[in-house]
Design a protein around this ligand. Structure first.
Ligand code: BGC
Length: 440
């Protein structure tokens, strides 16, 4: 299965999850208050602030030609309107290093972390956030814009709002549906002002958001009501945000809201896809039912089911917007690398199939390059192609890193790769049988 010669092969990371020492972030305080699983803290993390170059060199060694990373707002603007030129210089050096080793950077302005001072002003529940975000975006683009062809303004805005205001697992000061809607509205306003700040300075840059899109379905024994509920949740969670970026109007369950300057602010569709969730109405175990269908393959810590076809479904879901599509995240928590090789092969098969139908999928960024701090789940889940020993900072390539290198270097996925890395995928991906050995 062959990919186009201009396909972008990437990995993805986020600043707070790899840099270490981000003491001015609201996450740092949240961890110190003991909210993260097993009392885990980000601490020195993957030590990227001192040495991002080590892992970026590994990304180049993997044969990738792109990398998605984010900037830590709390470093760049440690106090309101005070910009840290050393922090910006460090990011410039990191981005220059990306280019030097052949990685095209895609840069996210906001990936789940706020400056503490902004959190204390109410961040996305306060009007002040829009001006602050606009100024932050303008400053960053003035200093770094010449190095960045693709921007993500906000990572997974709907997940971010759900995890703060509805489930309460991310740092927050307010909860409930009212706070949720206000948060979403201000995230939309922030995206709109940042989009224009970037485009005024670099009209050719591509700008959008990376949207968490998952399959929501009724369980196999589900009722018509369960199916209706799964459809309604999917429409809000997967569709409402990208649609708003195209039309300028957000359709929430309790009404619609128009946002000034928002229409037409997505130059591409960014899909972060991980899993399929089962829902019931009324819910039995909380919002998502932790139950699996017959034969389901489930990743570490009951994170979710491996469901590759869902990636194809999400690609189809954004086709009506008519924009280039990037898979801005896709990965699996799997410390033992028992599932990841097959996961990569089968998800890329979905991408290949989409491209075969001339769907404009232009790139794929695997989450993640190296094990990193998994937010409310701390260090309990490992998403890296490369394993990290937190104590010693030693790195070890998992087998799937070697597989990904073969794929990125050859622009293909083959039955021979499956035979060597994930033989369980042969009958799934090549149901006609083991072609090579039969013929030759
Ligand atoms: C987030 C990442 C996170 C990953 C795996 C995504 O929703 O953007 O920050 O690490 O999921 O949980």
């Amino acid at each position: 299965m062959t990919f186009p010669p201009d396909f972008l092969w990437g990995t993805a990371t986020a600043a707070y999850q790899v840099e270490g020492g981000n003491t001015n972030s609201d996450w740092w305080r949240w961890e110190a208050e003991g909210h993260v699983r097993e009392g885990n803290q980000a601490a020195v993390c993957c030590d990227w602030w001192a040495n991002a170059e080590r892992d970026l060199d590994a990304a180049a060694e993997l044969g990738t030609n792109a990398h998605r990373l984010s900037l830590e707002w709390s470093r760049i603007e440690p106090e309101p309107s005070v910009f840290d030129s050393e922090a910006l210089a460090r990011y410039r050096a990191i981005l220059q290093h990306c280019h030097a080793v052949g990685l095209e950077p895609m840069v996210t302005l906001h990936h789940f972390s706020n400056p503490l001072w902004l959190a204390d002003k109410g961040d996305f529940n306060s009007d002040v956030v829009v001006d602050y975000f606009s100024r932050y975006a303008a400053k960053v683009v003035d200093v770094l814009g010449d190095l960045v062809p693709k921007w993500v303004t906000i990572n997974e805005p709907m997940t971010y709002a759900v995890m703060r205001y509805l489930t309460g697992e991310f740092p927050h000061t307010r909860r409930g549906y009212g706070a949720f809607m206000e948060g979403v509205y201000n995230l939309l306003r922030c995206h709109a002002v940042a989009y224009h700040a970037i485009k005024e300075r670099h009209p050719a840059a591509l700008v959008s958001t990376a949207d968490n899109m998952q399959v929501f379905a009724a369980p196999p024994d589900g009722t018509a009501l369960d199916r209706w509920w799964a459809g309604a949740v999917g429409a809000l969670y997967n569709d409402a945000w990208p649609r708003a970026l195209h039309t300028g109007v957000f359709h929430g369950p309790l009404g619609r809201r128009r946002v000034k300057g928002l229409a037409g602010t997505a130059d591409f569709s960014g899909i972060n896809y991980y899993t399929r969730f089962y829902l019931r109405f009324p819910p039995r175990q909380g919002f998502i039912e932790r139950e699996w269908g017959p034969g389901a393959v489930v990743s570490d810590g009951d994170y979710g089911e491996v469901y590759p076809y869902g990636l194809y479904q999400m690609i189809q879901r954004v086709l009506p917007y008519g924009k280039p599509i990037y898979i801005t995240e896709n990965g699996v928590p799997d410390a033992a690398d028992r599932l990841r090789p097959g996961f990569i092969l089968d998800h890329l098969r979905q991408v290949w199939q989409a491209i075969s139908f001339c769907y404009p999928v232009m790139g794929y960024y695997h989450w993640s390059l190296v094990d990193n701090f998994e937010w409310e789940r701390g260090w309990t889940q490992r998403f890296g192609l490369i394993a990290l020993d937190l104590e010693t900072q030693a790195r070890a390539w998992r087998p799937s890193a070697h597989l990904y290198r073969e794929i990125c270097r050859s622009y293909t996925i083959t039955d021979d790769m499956a035979r060597r890395y994930a033989p369980e995928m042969l009958p799934v991906m090549w149901p006609g049988g083991d072609q090579t050995s039969e013929v030759f």
